[in-house]
Design a protein around this ligand. Structure first.
Ligand SMILES: [Zn+2]
Length: 83
């Protein structure tokens, strides 16, 4: 999963609610995801937070491995050793 976890406090908008005076609801977890140029926040229910966190970390490890492989290949090309 490509994205980043964010914690947010929210206002519900109901008249007379405690949040109108600044006592916000939450925290709620969201994952920000980019689709093309747009970025949006998806709500992450509490039971799914660990699963989302694990998937984001796994994606980071895979991205790092691909970057390393790319650097090795560019180095091989620069040395004239890419067959
Ligand atoms: Zn409220």
């Amino acid at each position: 999963m490509r994205g980043a976890l964010h914690r947010q406090m929210r206002q519900c908008g109901k008249a007379g609610c405690r949040c109108a005076a600044g006592d916000l609801h939450g925290p709620y977890m969201y994952v920000s995801v980019r689709t093309g140029a747009r970025r949006r926040l998806l709500y992450v229910p509490t039971h799914a937070v660990d699963a989302v966190r694990r998937r984001i970390k796994a994606t980071g490890r895979i991205d790092a491995a691909l970057a390393e492989i790319s650097a090795i290949n560019l180095e091989l090309l620069a040395r004239g050793e890419l067959a």
